[in-house]
Design a protein around this ligand. Sequence first.
Ligand code: MN
Length: 197
Amino acid sequence: MALETYKKKRDFKQTAEPKGDKKSIDKNLIFVVQKHSATRLHYDFRLELNGVLISWAVPKGPSLNPANKRLAVHVEDHPFDYKDFEGIIPEGNYGAGQVIVWDKGIYMPVEGTTCKKENEKLLSKAFRKGDVKIILLGKKLKGEFALIKMKSEDEKAWLLIKKKDEYATKVDILKNDKSVISANTIEKLKSKKKKNG
Ligand code: MN
């Protein structure tokens, strides 16, 4: 799998981010959303597909309101075990700043089957077409979403849109700013960094 770009950007002697040697053994596909305070705050939206995490950076973060079409910039694949990464990327390194696991869960294509391999085939095709319709079963993000590639000059520009269903709401889900795997918030990690000098 193409993790060269991911690896090229990092010095694993300096950053605690995963090298990418763990494989998925789960029978479900997983997704993760990492809140990342780098040069600019953004949310990294990642879907497991064919052993890696296909990834988008969402500057405004995901929304449960179908009226919000959120720009999602397609970025390089990340290793599967990046799903659990939370902490501080030290200064001078790519993506320096704080990362929390803002949401995670399993996902499946809307018109999927119970077979992971079959679902990955469907998703690969949808991804190539630039029209991915999925169901997320996270702690914060739930229900149907669409990732649509924009017809623009910019090959990397997609939109992340909540579909109308029973989970659609105007409530701002980003206000729920805690990690789903720890008690961390970005602010907590920032103050930790100060304490340690
Ligand atoms: Mn990021």
